[in-house]
Design a binder for this molecule. Sequence first.
Ligand code: ZN
Length: 185
Amino acid sequence: MKARRGLPRNRLIPEKRIYFRPELTHCPDCGTKLKRHHTASHKIVATLKGILDVWNMAYHCPNEACGKLERYFRSAQADALCLKHTSYAYDVLVLVGEMRFKQHMTVTEISEALTQRAIPTSERHAMRLYEWYLTLLRASLTDDVKEDLKKIVKEHGGLLLSMDGVQPEKGNETLYVVREGFGRF
Ligand SMILES: [Zn+2]
């Protein structure tokens, strides 16, 4: 690995702070306006469009008579940015997958290409991004996930699904990611 000078190569410095609120503005059961409750998540996310400081605010129905004070709504758009526990957006993962699969680039070349696109990435990180991409491709409805979904239906009376297509560059293949909004997938 090359000698590092100055900042670590994978240090992400945000250019923009964004507060996301849920797409739903009113309670789907009683129609009361949802109220801000707490910060559901806060992280720095590297996307192909820049490095973002992302705050996802959880809202809930404040009507006690409705009886769902502990059901929280988050922004599906914020959750759609990246995998939980990672700081790189899906568009970056998909680009890494294409560079590796289609253009047969080495990890060193991928790391350099990302750094040139203002996404500072070490070789080790480029390798992890590729592994996450493979994990995404393999993601499917396993028995564990089915059990979790059943619990969510029981607890919240249904599922809140969102679907998002990720395409790093126009004309390339699109990866579709489906996620559930009440649970923690
Ligand atoms: Zn309500």
